[in-house]
Write a protein that binds this ligand. Structure first.
Ligand code: PMP
Ligand code: GLU
Length: 401
């Protein structure tokens, strides 16, 4: 990592987001006229539903153009409370909801709110790129629990127990998981809860942004367990469920103290998020899940497509993801091989760069997700793009010697 002396240690110690970096490199190559297929950034390839866009246009006409309350408009927070009740069976009050500029800001707010320098945050690997970097920013210490394809990328209660120390403050995970697609069942969550019950000072950050893209079951939130409920912070948002990545709308549901602390933090940093996005968010939640279900059907079809194509590439090993829209195949059998120019592929980042420069497919190396033996592919792309991307990947991997 390069350092520049006049920048803060905080920034010099921070890595660039790998998902955004690979997407940027892909765009730069495309700007040179090269046909690049992007499977790097995880965002639905659908447009925001028309009724949500109409609500934003109306918000402008109705002059929702001024500062909004820092934790969000009360009617948006009420719509979130209603959603949590109706879809998840969870009771919250609007004082427990804080709306932010994307789930990313919500996660960062929560970490800054809870973590003192040196306190430990347990993160199962593979994890979403920004988790460990957000912990670093807060001067906390990430403690990783490793999983692999054999365990379907899920941790056991024994692994959790073993990772806990007197310094543990927070456990954070996503289910459905980015980057593996793994989904914890209610029984698996219940087993982890028995461990948390023994450690009453640990908070649990539950990132549920992919809740609607679940192919195995209904969504199960760890907040449903009353014994730990007060220590669970749910993070969710509109980016994935309503194809609203550019709108920047996310939220937390947490105990009142944590919600008030997030409100205070946000009041000194960003203030309430975009007024227009918030008005549109109300309509998204009030009008139901029809558009989400259409997207989910497409993701299910593409999952099968990509699964079959990946299984057809010698040296690549994959499981069948249960949710989200990513594959996280094992690719370490290619390490030590050389590209046509003689450069050795030493790790997953090298392989991702090779696939970009020689195969013209943007992916992300698994090292940024905490496991170097894998790469991540997003299958939120058209069927035709996926077929062509997997053909290129197969060809590029076969050309390694
Ligand atoms: N959590 C996970 C697991 C994600 O994949 C993303 C996607 N960017 C986010 C949080 C942040 O989502 P957003 O800021 O777009 O709401
Ligand atoms: N969640 C997406 C991803 O993992 C968006 C990119 C980002 O915010 O890092 O690719």
């Amino acid at each position: 990592m390069s350092t520049t002396s006049f920048l803060s240690n905080r920034i010099n110690n921070l890595s660039e987001s790998a998902t955004l970096k690979m997407t940027k490199l892909g765009r730069e190559l495309a700007a040179k006229g090269i046909n690049v297929i992007s499977l790097s950034v995880g965002e639905p390839d659908f447009n925001t539903p028309a009724h949500v866009k109409d609500a934003a246009k109306k918000a402008l006409d109705d002059n929702y153009t001024r500062y909004s309350p820092v934790p969000g408009y009360p009617d948006l927070r009420q719509a979130i409370v209603n959603k949590l009740k109706n879809e998840n069976g969870l009771d919250y009050d609007i004082s427990q909801i804080v709306v932010s500029t994307g789930a990313k800001q919500s996660l960062s707010n929560v970490i800054l709110t809870l973590i003192n320098p040196g306190e430990e945050v347990i993160i199962p690997t593979p994890y979403w790129v920004s988790y460990s970097e957000m912990v670093t920013l807060a001067e906390g210490k990430s403690v990783f629990i490793d999983t692999d394809i054999e365990s379907n990328f899920k941790i056991t209660p024994a692994q959790l127990e073993e990772a806990i120390t007197p310094n543990t403050k927070l456990f954070m995970f996503s289910s459905p998981c980015n980057p593996t697609g793994s989904v914890y069942s209610k029984d698996e969550l219940a087993a982890l809860v028995t461990v948390f019950e023994k450690h009453p000072n640990i908070f649990i950050l539950s990132d549920e942004i992919y809740e609607h893209i679940n192919f195995v079951d209904q969504h199960e939130s760890i907040a449903q367990f009353d014994s730990i409920r007060d220590r669970v912070i749910i993070v969710n948002g509109f980016s994935k469920a309503f194809a609203m990545t550019g709108w920047r709308l996310g939220y937390i549901a947490a105990n009142k103290e944590i919600a008030a602390a997030n409100d205070k933090l946000q009041g000194q940093t960003t203030s309430g998020t975009c007024s227009i996005a918030q008005r549109a968010g109300i309509v998204a939640y009030e009008q139901g899940l029809e558009s989400v279900n259409t997207m989910k059907e497409a993701f299910l079809r593409r999952r099968k497509l990509v699964y079959d194509l990946l299984n057809d590439i010698p040296g690549v090993k994959t499981n069948l993801p249960e949710g989200a829209f990513y594959f996280f195949p094992e690719i370490s059998s290619f390490f030590g091989k050389k590209d046509p120019e003689g450069n050795e592929i030493k790790n997953s980042a090298d392989l991702a760069l090779y696939l970009l420069n020689f195969g013209h497919v943007a992916t992300v190396g698994g090292d940024s997700f905490g496991n170097d033996n894998y790469i991540r592919l997003s299958y939120a792309a058209s069927d035709e793009s996926l077929i062509e991307a997997l053909r290129r990947i197969k060809e590029a991997l076969t050309n390694l010697i």
